[in-house]
Write a protein that binds this ligand. Structure first.
Ligand SMILES: [Zn+2]
Ligand SMILES: [Zn+2]
Length: 238
């Protein structure tokens, strides 16, 4: 009764296609759009989480990780960075639709639940933004997603231990090798005692080449973090 009344006052619309969905769950995404979201599944690189094109087989190390292992212990993304997820992330970040943090976080916590069950972590650390970027955007998307993940996985969130101390050019215009150079030395740990000996779950919205999270991991480990695992909503897959 109350539900029906609320549906009239605030009709639940799909976050992606804006169609009416009666009895919408917490996600507010219709069945059609949900189906168009491609979760990342095995076989994948057990280190960086990159999915392999082969259908069968087990997880193993990819060529790039065998050649030069990244500084994080492992990385996983819930979905591919395409279709409805790409659209949602764009609207979330560039149209300031901050309410999309919740469905994006819930999709991530749900999809990566089996992985997180095998991964013991002590705290959630979002990838920080430079204060200049923060002023431009008005919010840090990684903090908003990190809040949902921390709540779902019952872990503390530390949004200030890792800071971005140097302004960097947007990674989007750079090639993979340039990206690594661009973010080198861009981060610092403000309170090493908060990460020392701890297993950190580093959170960001999109994993592209992994150079930003790898640099964060290098910085966190330099400050004494025991482990750094990376969680992102989506991953760019070539
Ligand atoms: Zn829809
Ligand atoms: Zn890999």
């Amino acid at each position: 009764m109350l539900r029906a009344f609320l549906d009239i006052l605030f009709p639940p619309l799909c976050h992606i296609c804006r169609t009416f969905i009666p009895g919408a769950g917490p996600l507010h995404i219709c069945a059609g759009c949900r189906e168009a979201i491609t979760p990342i599944s095995s076989p994948l690189c057990d280190l960086c989480g990159m999915p392999f094109v082969t259908i069968g087989g087990s997880d193993h190390r990819c060529g790039a990780c065998s050649l030069s292992p990244p500084r994080f212990d492992s990385a996983r993304a819930a979905t591919r960075f395409d279709g409805p997820i790409r659209e949602m992330i764009h609207r979330f970040k560039y149209d300031r639709r901050v309410q999309l943090a919740r469905p994006l976080g819930l999709i991530t916590s749900e999809t990566l639940a089996p992985w997180i069950a095998l991964t013991s972590a002590d705290l959630v650390v979002p990838v920080p933004l430079h204060v200049r970027r923060l002023r431009q955007r008005g919010f840090n998307q990684a903090i908003l997603i990190g809040q949902v993940l921390a709540r779902q996985w019952q872990l503390p969130l530390d949004r200030t231990c890792l800071r971005r101390i140097r302004w960097t050019e947007p990674q989007v215009n750079l090639a993979a090798t340039e990206r690594a150079v661009n973010v080198r030395g861009a981060f610092a740990v403000s309170a090493p005692s908060r990460v020392e000996g701890r297993r950190v779950l580093l959170v960001d919205d999109v994993f592209t080449t992994g150079s930003t999270v790898a640099e964060c991991a290098r910085t966190l480990k330099g400050a004494g973090a025991a482990e750094v695992r990376v969680v992102t909503v989506a991953r760019a897959v070539a």
